[in-house]
Design a protein around this ligand. Structure first.
Ligand SMILES: Cc1cc2nc3c(=O)[nH]c(=O)nc-3n(C[C@H](O)[C@H](O)[C@H](O)COP(=O)(O)O)c2cc1C
Length: 187
């Protein structure tokens, strides 16, 4: 599958990094757009610079390049995930303001009725954030906040991260084995 991946300046850069690695490992194409703050937070939280980050992607784009293929609905992609999605980018998408390639690609995904997963990260959420998520959810966008479950008994940070990445892949209809699914155990 060909998946557009957006990484913005919300905390939780590790989820975006892990998603890129998982897509590559599973043999899927990732088309990466990173916002300016996304790159800064990635470096701060994961110690990974923009060029190294782009190395995990099948193809990388400049966020200011509004003439890139991802900006057009005629370019075939199977879905998009924005991981993490800052509240700023969430509001841009909810308002339809396509002033960056990342926001435009999300706008395109919505108009083309393609799967769009946003992983909004903030705590607590304000009514503005919640209203933006509700608006997008009603349009078919999947709001998937990074809230790992604990019923699979995570042992470490990787288990928590893989649970969230696995849930993103589930929404993109990509098969994986990143987390232990609930088997209906007796509790
Ligand atoms: C270390 C750090 C962590 C941040 N975490 C969040 C966050 O979790 N959620 C959020 O909405 N913004 C967060 N921000 C603020 C965003 O980076 C800022 O609003 C930025 O304008 C987002 O722009 P972008 O969506 O183009 O990446 C954080 C900023 C820094 C420096």
């Amino acid at each position: 599958m060909r998946i557009a991946v957006g990484i913005t300046g919300g905390s939780g850069a590790i989820y975006g990094l892990a998603l890129l690695k998982a897509l590559a490992a599973l043999g899927h194409e990732s088309h990466l757009v990173v916002s300016e703050m996304g790159a800064k937070v990635m470096l701060h939280e994961c110690g990974v610079g923009l060029e190294d980050l782009r190395g995990y992607a099948h193809k990388a784009y400049e966020n200011g390049d509004l003439a890139a293929s991802l900006a057009s609905g005629s370019y075939p992609i199977d879905g998009m995930a924005i991981v993490p999605c800052s509240m700023k980018t969430l509001s841009l998408i909810a308002s339809g303001a396509s002033n960056s390639l990342l926001a435009r690609a999300a706008d395109v995904a919505i108009k083309e009725r393609r799967t769009l997963v946003v992983v909004p990260r903030e705590m607590p959420f304000s009514p503005i954030h919640l209203e933006n998520m509700l608006k997008l959810s009603r349009l078919g966008v999947i709001a998937l906040p990074p809230c790992p479950a604990f019923y699979h008994h995570p042992q470490d940070l990787s288990d928590l991260v893989m649970f969230v990445v696995g849930k993103i892949l589930d929404q993109l209809r990509i098969e994986h084995n990143l987390y232990q699914r609930w088997q209906g155990e007796k509790i």
